[in-house]
Design a binder for this molecule. Sequence first.
Ligand code: UDP
Ligand code: MG
Length: 309
Amino acid sequence: MKLLSVIVPCYNEEENIRDFYDELMKNSAFFQNRELDVEVIYIDDGSKDRTVEKVKELAAQDGRVHLVSFSRNFGKEAAICAGLQKAKGDYAVMMDCDLQDPPALLPEMFRYIDEGYDSVATRRVTRKGEPVIRSFFARMFYRIINKISKTEIVDGARDYRLMTRQVVDSILAMTEYNRFTKGIFGWVGYETKWLEYENIERKKGETKWSFWKLFLYSIDGITAFSTVPLAIASFMGLLFCICAFLMIVFTIVRKMLFGDPTSGWPSLVCIILLCSGVQLFCLGIVGQYLSKTYMEVKRRPIYLVKEEL
Ligand code: UDP
Ligand code: MG
């Protein structure tokens, strides 16, 4: 018998704990045929509702259900990391609690693993049911990050992914604090099969991601997997130096040909504003990397466990 670890990050998902379990166990026959034992690890990411109680109820009925409860909300990336660390399985799969990642896809995923793939990932091909602005910025983010990062980050990729033990260990070997999972998966490589499906709307409860949270997350992603913005900062510096040099030559020549009438106050203000704007912008870019480095250097734990079952 091989063991499959199902990792489920939950943040305020009391309504979904049971539904998810039921949906997953519809695969029981498949698990038996494939000679798979299953462990379900719910990672409670500091929920403020009755998520923990619900998981405990389940665990009392089924010994295969485990709980890791964080001391506060550490974010989904931390939850995934904790899940992978706790997983003992020969295979591990991450799924959202809200049933947007259909467990019914598991048999198909295992078919590809049996064919020799190291991991099977999923991506949604439509962004149906998502606000237009959000889709637009999401598309832009993927376009930008794939231009400036060597790591491939697939548009629409979900965190729903089945992996072999080897891939899990590789991911765990990355000990960084700033964990941008979508990038980490791409970075470790291995043979990955992509399955596509239509976006499925959340069954119950609400999305935990506001537009602002997503925006900050995208900056995390860019700083974690590209240093091109730093190069842009130096490039802009160079560009402005060249402009300044040309202006100096122009001013000297004009002075020699036409004398020096005192004009140019408005243009001077424009130049000062532009230059100081660009300087602050570049300083901000450097600051982003500095702050990430600062957090890495502190070596704080990625999450704290309050309770384990
Ligand atoms: N989640 C989490 N911690 C957070 C936010 C979300 O563990 O801080 C979990 C959440 O419970 C869910 C999954 O991550 O199982 C995906 O969250 P959500 O459905 O809100 O995101 P969306 O599908 O809208 O992108
Ligand atoms: Mg969701």
